[in-house]
Design a binder for this molecule. Structure first.
Ligand code: ZN
Length: 380
């Protein structure tokens, strides 16, 4: 639940510069309440103002805007064998993305050490630039607990009940929130990408595995992981690392796609294009179509977003997918459903992690608690 400060910050993020009167109308916070909150945000340097228009009589109305670079968050993406770290401002603009490799089979403590070392380097750069870091968001390859602190299970990595938030808080001295990678990316798409035009999106992410996240904005806002890669499309088929058999991911993810293409050196970005030219394609495409159409029927997203290595699939794939998915969903869904490539620039995983941190440490309840703890006296 957002508090008054969170409501005002979120409106300024989503609707751009607004007058105090407009903020009061849109958030249903009294004008006295808006004035008080804005005064606090203004004194912290988080909000700026400029005159709206020429005004001959009385005090000119002013538009209030977020100072996007007044502070930021640290984002960490723990992917399949690689950690990526970057600092983001309040509008999800990224600084340089730094990365380091690890082996998924390494002990979890050494993987955390790799990410912590990289994070300290990035934080040092942020401190040199005098950027205040409110907190840390971490995207992990698996489901997380309701408090967003523990990675319950990563099928891809084999991790179970890893208390990532506690470990990174102890090492970095900042508050930490974690989220399932594809869910975090779906949130970023829904709040900052083209997905803002839709109320709900399903983000499909093809990489070493096949993941998905669902994000719904507006009054009933929520997000959740969608384990689309582990839907059994061929019951009794080949065993999957999740313990099941014949999962979609056994046919439609990096390793099986490489196997049917038969070219171990092919770039991941070219995998789908190459797979489309094989005899196996009609079968695995049907598996994908069947699973996505069922998911769309059950969840009812307005957008299906293609991310990861699906984002680089050829236009022919996008055209086929649009043509073939529509007849398989309900008429009312068919009319509004759009299938698009992701609009997030660059490294989507860190963008997702940053979005989660911004929600937790800024847009939900304002930055006061984080700022006061880190920089005593920073807020009114
Ligand atoms: Zn599985």
């Amino acid at each position: 639940m957002r508090n008054g400060t969170g409501e005002i910050l979120t409106r300024m993020r989503d609707a751009g510069p607004l007058s105090r009167a407009e903020l009061s109308r849109q958030t249903r916070i009294s004008s006295a309440g808006v004035t008080k909150i804005i005064a606090q945000l203004h004194s912290s340097g988080l909000v700026g103002e400029r005159e709206l228009q020429e005004h001959s009589v009385g005090r000119p109305p002013v538009a209030l805007h977020l100072n996007a670079d007044a502070c930021g968050v640290l984002a960490i993406h723990l992917g399949a064998g690689q950690a990526q770290v970057a600092v983001f401002d309040l509008m999800l603009n990224a600084g340089p993305v730094h990365s380091a490799s690890f082996d998924l089979s390494d002990p979890i403590d050494s993987i955390i050490d790799v990410a912590v070392t990289l994070s300290r380097e990035v934080m040092q750069e942020a401190h040199s630039a005098r950027l205040k870091i409110l907190g840390v968001g971490i995207g992990v390859p698996g489901s997380v607990d309701p408090t967003k602190r523990i990675n319950i299970h990563s099928v891809l990595a084999g991790w179970k009940n890893v208390p990532f938030a506690q470990a990174f808080e102890a090492a970095l001295g900042l508050p930490v929130v974690i989220e399932h990678n594809a869910t975090a990316i779906a949130m970023a798409e829904a709040r900052y990408g083209d997905g803002r035009e839709a109320e709900s999106i399903l983000h499909l992410f093809l990489g070493q595995g096949l993941g998905a996240g669902f994000a719904q904005t507006g009054p009933g806002e929520r997000c959740s992981p969608v384990e689309i890669g582990h839907v059994a499309v061929n019951p009794g088929g080949p065993p999957c690392r999740c313990g099941g058999h014949g999962c979609l991911e056994r046919y439609f993810s990096e390793k099986p796609l490489r196997q049917i293409v038969g070219d171990p050196g092919i770039a991941r970005a070219d995998l789908v294009a190459a797979a489309m030219n094989t005899n196996d394609w009609p079968t695995i495409y049907e598996y994908l179509l069947q699973t996505v159409s069922t998911t769309v029927t059950l969840l009812g997203p307005e957008r299906v977003i293609l991310g990861g290595d699906l984002n680089t699939a050829p236009d022919a794939f996008l055209e086929d997918f649009r043509r073939d998915l529509a007849p398989r969903v309900m008429p009312q869904q068919r009319e509004r459903l759009k299938i698009e490539r992701t609009s997030l620039p660059g490294a989507a995983g860190v963008s997702g992690a940053a979005c989660v941190a911004l929600e937790s440490f800024f847009y939900t309840a304002g930055p006061a608690s984080s700022l006061n703890r880190l920089y005593p006296g920073a807020t009114a």
